[in-house]
Design a protein around this ligand. Sequence first.
Ligand code: ADP
Ligand code: MG
Length: 231
Amino acid sequence: MLHVSNIRYRWHQQGPLILDIPDFKVGKGERVFLKGPSGSGKTTLLNLLGGVAVPESGRISIMDSDISAFGGARRDAFRADHIGFIFQMFNLLPYLSLIDNVTLPCHFSKVRRQRALQRSSSIEEEARRILFHMKLDIDELSARSVSRLSMGQQQRVAAARSLIGSPELVIADEPTSSLDAGVRTSFLNLLFQEIRDSSSSLLFVSHDASLEDAFDRTVPLTEINRIIPQE
Ligand code: ADP
Ligand code: MG
């Protein structure tokens, strides 16, 4: 599903190397928990894997496509079709409604739209189905701008957006950091259920070690990365 070989990355093409990763793989349907101290490069790695940033050398292959060799537009199209990304800072669009934030990937990707329509009669219905599972009261929240929702609510909207249309790879950057313990468990269960239904792979970053056991495998970034973070 995902195969990284010999990637190196530094910010703005200068400054210190942040990542130097000889080899890292995620299998199809595998759920991987990536951990590491703050500032060690977890978000940077996820951005590379999601095609948001490009390594200075090395190869990132997803579903047998070498995305590191793609140009910007092709990378964006590939991400829209195959990758659900839950950003650390949510990145919800304040001028779109709650439902429209969730259905957004279906407007960028025909593949995602078609898969959403296999599950529900419309993409809006599919957004509602996922949000309902996330225990969000859509009728109550729809009247408000998404920027007025609580952190925990925004996090679940961002998760619903990443899951719609069943992307093959879901990348989640600390998606539970704003959730209460009770919601966190149901959130994780839904995330697992959705990715199991579509045989998707999950790469999940968290500080919360109590979640680790629920995953197939834990990878400490310090084990795959040759660079030791400077304090
Ligand atoms: P983590 O997610 O593990 O906390 P990050 O990937 O955010 O770590 O950061 C890794 C390193 O890259 C840190 O030293 C951080 O200061 C640096 N960094 C992160 N974002 C930027 C940026 N936009 N420009 C320059 N350096 C950055
Ligand atoms: Mg981070």
